[in-house]
Design a protein around this ligand. Structure first.
Ligand code: NAD
Ligand code: MG
Length: 396
């Protein structure tokens, strides 16, 4: 039995992770949950899975949760229930970090969105938990530091991001010195094939309509701008210790090939499946085993043609902006991430247009003097300043 903590349990990845856990009650048990502001859903999850610890970031939600918490109803506890009476509720970033490091937990699913996922993920690593990583922002902000902590604490960081799970699966048994390059696939998002002019007045609602994946709001906009792929290039660089020149991106609108690895001998191994995050989540939870019937198999004879093309870097500049930040290194990727978070939030709030997202980020990056990212404090300070700078660029 593996004891599981989910950071970000009310989100898209968090909910899919709970579906996987519930399907395999003999293997997995929920022992800790953390969530942001969706109190009704968090309450439902507490009653259903009976975690021992729960944490929320804000004091007001914490107070409300403390007031409404009721003893669990055993009839609601299907399979995955941890069976603890009433959970201990914790608050703030410290509370979330404590749940990430709680005793008895074996695996922590890191699925908070954005930079808020960094410290809890580090907390899980330092507590020697196996980390199933969905929160790519952790590696974008502080990849070198995080990977060196993974080494120091002797734990495992297993990718949940579908592309990285694909590369991880394709690389099994091969050292990275036998890899010529990896190719991350991208659906291209809802605006693939459009011109910059056509994107000038797109609404957040249109940008949120991803053709193949149902995801949280921030990553959906990142997919539409191709920043998601840029963040994933940086994530892959750290996870697989590959230089940027060995990480390519191709647009593959059918989202069946989740990524590929080209080897030195000219052969290529790809991982294919229906686009369903339960696949990579289950693989990270059960690795090195594979579980039974996690997702539906592909009906090959019914598939449309699988196509691949180069991304359009003129219409979607975020990908090349991210490559440049990776090549510069130091605090630059953390600034990229922070500036992107603020610009995406401004777009979602209707304050800026879609095409301004990369323009604003580029301005912030151009104004930043990168430093070596030698501590988490340095990274967090760069993050804080980049947020301030982005707000002032948006306001000007
Ligand atoms: P989401 O917005 O659906 O969920 C985010 C979760 O984090 C929620 O539970 C929310 O309550 C919590 N949260 C938000 N802000 C918080 C804060 N300040 N403190 C604590 N908790 C907070 O996001 P998602 O789509 O599930 O994505 C989660 C992470 O996984 C992101 O880093 C994303 O890039 C990555 N990811 C997602 C997918 C996907 O299919 N959704 C695929 C690959 C990677
Ligand atoms: Mg992905």
């Amino acid at each position: 039995m593996k004891n599981i903590v989910i950071l970000g349990s009310t989100g898209s990845i968090g909910k899919s992770a709970l579906d996987v856990i519930e399907k395999f009650p003999d293997r997995f048990r929920v022992v800790g949950l953390t969530a942001g502001r969706n109190l009704p859903l968090l309450m439902e999850q507490i009653q259903r899975y009976h975690p021992q610890f729960v944490a929320v970031p804000d004091e007001d939600i914490y107070k409300q949760l403390k007031n409404v918490i009721i003893p669990p109803n055993p009839t609601l506890a299907k399979g995955g229930g941890g069976g603890f009476e009433i959970p201990e509720i914790l608050c703030g970033i410290e509370g979330i970090c404590n749940v990430a490091a709680m005793p008895y937990a074996d695996t922590v699913i890191s699925a908070i969105v954005g930079s808020a996922g960094l410290l809890p993920t580090i907390s899980a690593i330092r507590a020697k938990k196996t980390v199933a990583l969905a929160n790519k922002e952790t590696l974008v902000m502080a990849g070198e530091l995080v990977m060196s902590e993974v080494k120091e604490y002797g734990t495992a960081l297993l990718p949940v991001d579908s592309e990285h799970s694909a590369v991880f699966q394709c690389m099994r048994g091969y050292g990275h010195d036998s890899v010529k390059k990896i190719i991350l696939t991208a659906s291209g998002g809802p605006f693939v094939g459009k011109s910059a002019d056509e994107l000038e007045n797109v609404s957040p609602e249109n940008a949120l309509k991803h053709p193949n994946w149902s995801m949280g709001r921030k990553i959906s906009i990142d997919s539409a701008t191709l920043m998601n792929k840029g963040l994933e290039v940086i994530e892959a660089h750290h996870l697989f210790t590959l230089p940027p020149e060995k990480i390519d991106v191709l647009i593959h609108p059918q989202s069946i090939v989740h990524s590929m690895v080209e080897f030195n001998d000219g052969s290529c191994i790809a991982q294919l499946s229906k686009p369903d995050m339960k696949g990579p989540i289950a693989y990270a939870l059960s690795y090195p085993e594979r579980l039974q019937d996690v997702i539906d198999t592909v009906e090959w004879e019914k598939l449309p043609a699988l196509t691949f093309k180069k991304p359009d870097n003129n219409t979607f500049p975020c990908l090349s902006i991210a490559y440049d930040a990776l090549k510069t290194g130091g605090t630059m990727p953390a600034v990229l991430n922070a500036s992107n978070e603020i610009a995406v939030a401004a777009f979602l709030d209707g304050i800026i247009g879609f095409n301004r997202i990369p323009v604003i980020i580029k301005k912030v990056l151009d104004s930043h003097k990168p430093q070596p990212a030698y501590s988490i404090e340095v990274v967090l300070e760069a993050d804080r300043r980049a947020r301030e700078k982005t707000r002032s660029v948006i306001g000007s």
